[in-house]
Design a protein around this ligand. Structure first.
Ligand code: MN
Length: 507
C-alpha cells in the first residue's frame, strides 16, 4: 500500500477529546481511515465527500466529552447502511461495543416522523427505549446536529420535514437529557427553516436587547467582583449567556409579544468552586442589590428534572438595569451544558466506570435482559432526573412534584413495534403479531394469515421485541382459532377473538 500523509483531521479529533490514552488514539485513527475508505467516492448534497459528515459527527461527540468507543461509533455510524462493509468485519476490527452502538444508531435511523401528533409521544419514548444504551441516542443527536448545520443544501421539502422532526423529537430529547448546547442549536436551526420571517424578527429583537443589556452587565460585573473580593471570594468566573432564539420566540408568544416582560434574555453566570460559596455569593448579592420579588429559584437544593442545578435570581442594578444572575459550581455548569454526556464522563475516564454508570440507565429500559453483572457495580441508584425520563415529555415547564414518588417501571412492561410505514404500536411485553394486528384494526386481526417480522416470515406466537417492524398479511377466508387465545397478551385481541369464536360456533 502506498504510504500517505496522515489526515490532519485525525489530530484535530484527538485534540478535541477530553481523555485519550495511546491505544485509544490508535483506534480513533484506525476508525477514521477505515470510514474514509469505506465511504470513498460518495458525495453529500453539498458536493463534499460524504466522509465530512462522519468526521463532523464524531467531532461533536468529542466536544461534549464522549468516550472513545462512542467517537469511533460516530465515525462508523453510517457504514452498515451505506457501504458493503459487513457487521462481522466491524466487530473484528473494532469490537462488540462499537458494533452494538452502530446497529442501534442504524435502527433508530429507520424511524421517520409521520406528522401524527398522537404518535410523537410514543416516538420519543421509543427512542429512549430502543436506544438501550444512552450513547446510541447521543450519537443520533450529534448526527442530526451536523445534518441540520448543512440543511441548506437540501430541498425545501426535506428542510421542513427534518426541521419538524427536530422540533417534535430531537430537541425535546436533547432537553430531557440536559444537553443544553445541542438542544439550543438544534432548535434555532429548525426555527430558521420553518419560520424564516419570525426567525429574523426575533433575531433583530434579540440583537437590540443584547446591546442594551451588555452595558448594564459589564458595569455590574465590575461592581460585583469588588463586592465579592471584600468578602474574600475571589475564586469565581463570570460570563454572559444569551437566550436561544426559538426559546425567546416561544416566551414572547406567552407574554403577548412584550419583550419588556422577559428578564432572562441575557444573564450573568457566576461559576465558583463550592456549593457553600454559591449560597455565600447569593447572600452578598441580595445584601448589596435589591432583588426582584418572586424571581429567586434554588435549583441547587431542588434540581430540574433534567438534572440542571443552579441558583437563579434577578436584581435591580440601581442604574435602571435589571439583570438575571445564575450561580453554580463548575461541575453543575458542565452538567448544565452537556447533560447526560457529562454524567458519563465525569467520574473518570475508564470504560468500566462508564459501563457501571450505564447500568441504572439500562435498568430503565425494557427488553434488556437484566444480566447478573459483576457484583462490584457501584452506582445502581438512578438519579431522579433519569427516572423522570419515563414521565411525560410535554411539560417543559418544570415539574413541581420532584419529591413525589417517581415511576421507575415505566418502560418495563412495554414493547414498541412498527408498521412498515413507521407508525408506532405500543404493546405489552410478550405481545405477538396477533396482538399487533388487532392493535392496528379489528378487521386486520380477524383475517390475519401470517406475519413478517423485520422482513422474515415468522410464526404467530413470536414474542415481539422493541423496534421490530411487523408486516401483517391478511386473507379474507381466515378467521381466528381457539389456539390464538394462548398467543395473545392484550385484552383487545382476546376480546375480539372470543367474539369471533362464538359467532363461528353458532354458524
Ligand atoms: Mn449520519
Amino acid at each position: 500500500m502506498p504510504q500517505q500523509e496522515p489526515d490532519k483531521r485525525i489530530q484535530i479529533l484527538i485534540d478535541t477529546m477530553k481523555h485519550a490514552d495511546p491505544s485509544e488514539r490508535k483506534q480513533i485513527a484506525k476508525a477514521f481511515e477505515f470510514s474514509k475508505q469505506a465511504h470513498e467516492g460518495t458525495l453529500r448534497a453539498s458536493g463534499e465527500p460524504y466522509f465530512i459528515h462522519l468526521f463532523e459527527t464524531s467531532k461533536i461527540l468529542a466536544e461534549i466529552g464522549m468516550d472513545s468507543t462512542t467517537i469511533i461509533a460516530g465515525l462508523l455510524h453510517d457504514i452498515i447502511e451505506d457501504t458493503d462493509v459487513s457487521k462481522e468485519e466491524i466487530e473484528k476490527e473494532f469490537g462488540k461495543d462499537v458494533l452494538f452502538l452502530i446497529e442501534g444508531v442504524t435502527k433508530l435511523g429507520k424511524l421517520k416522523y409521520r406528522g401524527l401528533k398522537r404518535h410523537t409521544e410514543s416516538l420519543r419514548k421509543f427512542f429512549i427505549a430502543t436506544s438501550q444504551d444512552i450513547r446510541v441516542l447521543i450519537i443520533r443527536l450529534a448526527d442530526r446536529l451536523h445534518n441540520m448545520r448543512t440543511l441548506k443544501y437540501l430541498s425545501r421539502e426535506k428542510q421542513i420535514r427534518k426541521s419538524n422532526e427536530v422540533l417534535e423529537i430531537f430537541s425535546p430529547l436533547a432537553y430531557r437529557l440536559g444537553m443544553r448546547v445541542i438542544h439550543k442549536e438544534l432548535e434555532d436551526i429548525a426555527f430558521s427553516f420553518i419560520n424564516p420571517e419570525e426567525y429574523q424578527e426575533t433575531l433583530e429583537l434579540l440583537k437590540k436587547r443584547k446591546k442594551r443589556d451588555m452595558k448594564f452587565l459589564e458595569k455590574f460585573n465590575r461592581s460585583l467582583k469588588k463586592a465579592l473580593a471584600k468578602e474574600k471570594i475571589t475564586k469565581i468566573n463570570t460570563s454572559f449567556r444569551v437566550k436561544g432564539l426559538y426559546s425567546l420566540y416561544k416566551k414572547l408568544n406567552r407574554k403577548d409579544g412584550d419583550i419588556e416582560k422577559i428578564y432572562d434574555i441575557t444573564a450573568m453566570r457566576i461559576i465558583t468552586d463550592s456549593v457553600g460559596n454559591c449560597y455565600k455569593i447569593l447572600g452578598i448579592i441580595h445584601g448589596t442589590w435589591k432583588p426582584l420579588p418572586g424571581r429567586l429559584k434554588d435549583y441547587i437544593a431542588l434540581p430540574k428534572p433534567n438534572g440542571y442545578q443552579s441558583i437563579h435570581t434577578t436584581i435591580f442594578t440601581g442604574d435602571g438595569g435589571i439583570v438575571e444572575i445564575q450561580i453554580r459550581t463548575k461541575e453543575m455548569h458542565d452538567i448544565a451544558e452537556m447533560g447526560v454526556a457529562s454524567h458519563l464522563v465525569y467520574k473518570g475516564n475508564k470504560a468500566g466506570d462508564i459501563l457501571s454508570q450505564m447500568m441504572w440507565i439500562k435498568n430503565l429500559i425494557p427488553g434488556v435482559k437484566k444480566e447478573v453483572e459483576t457484583p462490584e457495580i457501584i452506582e445502581t441508584v438512578a438519579p431522579v432526573w433519569i427516572k423522570e425520563l419515563g414521565k411525560e415529555f410535554d411539560k417543559e415547564e418544570e415539574s413541581e412534584d420532584l419529591l413525589e414518588e417517581v415511576r421507575t417501571d415505566f418502560f418495563e412492561h412495554r414493547v414498541f413495534a412498527f408498521t412498515p410505514n413507521g407508525d408506532v404500536i405500543d404493546l405489552p411485553v410478550g405481545a405477538s403479531p396477533i396482538d399487533f394486528a388487532y392493535a392496528i384494526h379489528t378487521h386486520i386481526g380477524s383475517h390475519l394469515s401470517g406475519a413478517k417480522v423485520n422482513g422474515k416470515m415468522t410464526s404467530l406466537d413470536t414474542e415481539l421485541e422493541n423496534g421490530d417492524i411487523v408486516e401483517i398479511i391478511t386473507k379474507k377466508t381466515i378467521t381466528p382459532t381457539r389456539k390464538w387465545l394462548e398467543m395473545v397478551k392484550t385484552s383487545e385481541a382476546r376480546r375480539n377473538i372470543k367474539a369471533k369464536l362464538k359467532i363461528n360456533k353458532s354458524d
